[in-house]
Design a protein around this ligand. Structure first.
Ligand code: NZQ
Ligand code: ZN
Length: 391
């Protein structure tokens, strides 16, 4: 196990009805807040109206910034930075999912920086401070409510680029998590969010680090919980127990508890960001195409770990004379699960052509200036093969 520092500063408030009290939770943090939200679901459900009332009850002034799109865009981040400066805002409240939270986080660090906010993503510039970011979470998925990451698409480039940054300064100060808010999610978003949770665990699970049994077991428990709860949430959207398992799993999968003492891979995420930037495909659906393809490409390099994954997570009967067969059976069960929850396994199913695969593979490796991932470091030629394997 590697040495580690675990830093988790986010105050988490979890459970039924907690989002109604957002004004109270924010009152010690803010007097004038920027409320960031998406393209309509939070307005339609009445959540924004209830949040406004709760803020008013505490005498907190607010400015609204709606319209965040999935795969959130830099243009709206820049607009948010202007609004914060114009109105003397002292905190940001994200009401939504990963896209809204990432927009809020990006505004938060952008406001405190004299240059252009894209400098953080283009490389080199490290954000030193942020406005406090608070969250009311509406989808169990990205884990941005406690993570140190945010991912933004630069829509001002001739060919859009989606890039992430990872800095502890961007972790939210407060996350209010009310599973009932996720009842209104379309099935596709529930499924994509659920698979993203699994992907966050699997990026950490496939490591070369030895002596990590404790975090292996926590990863396996998280995965098994999602595998059980996700089909229930899909068939019964207002099942509180299933929704609450998923919501808490989304945070635990990505708040770095499961990274303690080990090094994750993250190649699948970076490969998945490329089609999302060019074709706007939902993050979890890009992952459901890429992750199994990555597994099939690399499993022979550590058959034991893949066999462990198959047996402990997917309950495959181990074949001690043929561990490779066991490993492959685990990948197959995961693919069956992806089909069952209605996500794509190929680019064709997602309506994505193969004409720009080379460009995507080059971008994923910064034009072959580095290799992607740590489990098996991938060149752009490897990535191209992975993309082609799931046309
Ligand atoms: O825009 P609205 O109308 O709100 O609709 C959203 C959106 O269409 C809808 N939605 C959310 N909550 C809802 C709801 N619809 C009905 N009822 C509700 N309660 O769901 C759609 C997707 O929302 P989005 O915020 O994009 O989902 P998610 O949380 O999956 O976030 C995805 C983004 O996060 C990034 C992804 O790359 C992607 O851009 N990620 C961020 C990470 C981080 N910051 O730590 C890590 C992840 O790996 C990921 O990369
Ligand atoms: Zn993800």
């Amino acid at each position: 196990m590697k040495n580690f520092t675990y830093y988790q500063p986010t105050r988490i408030v979890f459970g039924r009805g907690e989002s109604e009290k957002i004004g109270g939770y924010l009152s010690s943090i803010s007097r004038r807040v920027l409320v960031v939200y998406g393209q309509g679901s939070a307005v339609k459900s009445g959540l924004i109206e209830r949040a406004k009332k709760s803020l008013e009850a505490e005498g907190i002034e607010y400015v609204l910034l709606g319209g965040v799109q999935p795969n959130p865009r830099l243009t709206l981040v820049r607009r948010g930075i202007e609004l914060v400066r114009e109105h003397g805002i002292d905190a940001i409240l994200a009401v939504g999912g990963g896209s809204v939270i990432d927009t809020a986080k990006s505004i938060g660090v952008g406001v405190k920086y004299d240059g252009d906010v894209w400098d953080f993503y283009a490389g080199g510039v490290v954000p030193q401070e942020t406005l406090p970011v608070a969250v009311v979470l509406t989808i169990a998925a990205a884990g941005s409510e406690c993570s140190n990451s945010n991912v933004i698409t630069n829509d001002t480039l001739p060919s859009p680029e989606k890039r992430g940054i990872n800095y502890d300064v961007t972790r939210p100060v407060l996350a209010v998590m009310d599973p009932e808010l996720t009842y209104t999610l379309p099935a596709y978003q529930t499924a994509a969010g659920g698979y993203d949770i699994m992907a966050h665990v699997m990026e950490r699970y496939f490591t070369r680090e030895e002596g990590v049994d404790f975090t292996d077991r926590m990863c396996e428990a998280t995965l098994k919980t999602v595998i059980r709860a996700l089909p229930i949430a899909l068939s019964t959207p207002d099942d509180y127990d299933a929704r609450s398992q998923l919501m808490w799993a989304s945070t635990i999968a990505h708040n770095d508890l499961l990274s303690t003492g080990r090094v994750g891979d993250w190649a699948s995420h970076r490969m998945a960001h490329q089609p999302s930037a060019l074709y706007d495909i939902t993050h979890g659906a890009a992952l459901s195409i890429i992750f199994p393809a990555w597994m099939r490409y690399v499993y022979k390099s550590d058959v034991n770990r893949f066999a462990q994954f198959a047996v402990r997570v997917w309950e495959v009967e181990p074949d001690f004379n043929d561990l490779e067969k066991t490993a492959l059976a685990g990948i197959e069960r995961m693919e069956d699960f992806i089909r069952k929850i209605g996500l794509p396994l190929t680019f064709t199913e997602a309506g994505i052509p193969y004409s720009r695969f080379e460009e995507m593979a080059r971008r994923a490796t910064g034009g072959d200036t580095f290799k992607l991932g740590t489990f098996v470091p991938l060149t752009s030629a490897d990535i191209l093969e992975i993309y082609h394997s799931v046309i």
